[in-house]
Design a protein around this ligand. Sequence first.
Ligand SMILES: C[S@@+](CC[C@H](N)C(=O)[O-])C[C@H]1O[C@@H](n2cnc3c(N)ncnc32)[C@H](O)[C@@H]1O
Length: 222
Amino acid sequence: MFDRIAPRYDLLNRVLSLGTDLSWRRRALDLARLGEGSRALDVGTGTGDFALALLARSPRSATVTGVDISAGMLQVAERRATRAGVGARYERLIASVERLPFADADFDVVVAGFVIRNVGDIPRGLGEMHRVLRPGGRAVILDLHTPRNPTVRRLYRAFSLLSPRLAGALGSDPEAYRYLPRSIEAFHDPEALAALLRSAGFARVRFERLTFGIAAIHVGEA
Ligand SMILES: C[S@@+](CC[C@H](N)C(=O)[O-])C[C@H]1O[C@@H](n2cnc3c(N)ncnc32)[C@H](O)[C@@H]1O
């Protein structure tokens, strides 16, 4: 599915979130901060939105490794990285967050933008993110959730019904955008996701809700 939506993925993100995803991403990246020589892992790196924004605001000695299960998404990421002139600082490979091909304590920061909701075995994925972080390293997770306020929830659901049509009109795959609201409904609420992070071994777990609870950012330390 992600291979199919890769070519129009960035455009649809901007349109469906009415541009709000950019401010959510900025806030998440503020919390991820890379220092001199830092190594970050971007799980579910997709078209590289998170990784490229992270590199743009980090010292030149910092690097990002991106993993994804979709070759189509990684092809778009490669083109964008080359265009941005950061190909050498952004390594990309096909792998699942459920089985990361890295040694223990290999990274200073792990970020995941709109990924965890799609992972088959979430506790296992979070466990892997914890394993590859050095002690004191930080995980930053940005994802979509169902808003708590009933009025906001109704409006949000109504808007979600439009997303397959918008996707079709903009040249993407309507079926994938029928999956999107279903995946959000089926996802853990922020409190439950925080509990899973603690069970995976993370300390000082906290989260902030964004835009009426449509999204949330979780932070935990290894
Ligand atoms: C909604 S996109 C988000 C892409 C990017 N992180 C962003 O912020 O735009 C979700 C990505 O997660 C990837 N993905 C889904 N399950 C995964 C898994 N188990 N391991 C690694 N990547 C996964 C998908 O292929 C897709 O590229």
